[in-house]
Design a protein around this ligand. Structure first.
Ligand code: HEC
Ligand code: HEC
Ligand code: HEC
Length: 105
């Protein structure tokens, strides 16, 4: 119990942003495409859990403002935007039917 508390305190000292309610990067971003259910992109999961750097996406793939590019599945399937990584190599494949529901909610 005590050890867990010490670790929690240390964690807060090392990662001050995780300790406060402050959001990571651009926070959770929700896209609402016309013909599909919403897509949620989580900065927290990509940055904190998967260890990606801001510069891994900004500004090569995405600008730092929601809706900078018109994204659609055909471009994503060809390897643009989310498809730069979600191609079955760096991460799960956008073209696999099993994975649609991992982004579309
Ligand atoms: C895995 C890719 C990825 C990484 C890594 C990433 N971002 Fe983002 N970020 C995005 C996407 C996608 C958007 C939305 C872009 C769009 O809609 O055109 C975005 C948008 C933003 C926005 C704008 C939010 C808004 O509401 O308009 C900010 C600010 C931002 N990011 C900051 C950061 C910071 C700071 C980091 C590093 C801590 C970071 N991002 C890391 C993908 C990423
Ligand atoms: C890595 C995340 C991701 C996965 C996996 C994914 N999508 Fe998408 N999808 C998106 C994003 C992002 C958009 C564009 C959102 C926006 O900007 O409106 C989109 C848009 C769409 C659209 C809107 C129309 C169009 O053509 O763009 C359809 C339909 C769609 N997706 C279907 C699918 C299907 C079917 C699958 C599974 C085979 C799938 N998506 C898997 C992220 C994903
Ligand atoms: C720079 C590379 C990169 C880009 C660009 C990227 N992702 Fe990811 N994403 C990853 C990695 C790496 C993982 C973790 C892979 C795994 O566990 O299979 C991940 C995981 C995810 C997950 C699962 C999160 C979880 O654990 O619940 C979702 C959902 C997701 N990404 C959506 C998106 C969407 C939507 C976009 C585009 C707006 C996007 N990603 C763009 C690299 C990227």
């Amino acid at each position: 119990m005590k050890k867990a508390l010490v670790l929690a305190v240390l964690y807060c000292l090392v990662f001050p942003y995780a300790a406060s309610a402050e959001k990571v990067g651009g926070g959770d971003i929700t896209f609402s495409p016309k013909n599909a259910s919403v897509v949620i992109f989580s900065h927290e999961k990509h940055v904190n859990e998967k260890g990606l750097k801001c510069t891994g996406c900004h500004y090569q793939i995405f600008q730092m403002a929601q809706g900078s590019y018109k994204m659609d599945m055909s471009r994503i399937n060809k390897g643009d935007f989310c498809g730069k990584c979600h191609n079955g190599e760096k991460s799960f494949d956008v073209k696999d039917q099993k994975n649609c529901g991992r982004c579309h909610h």
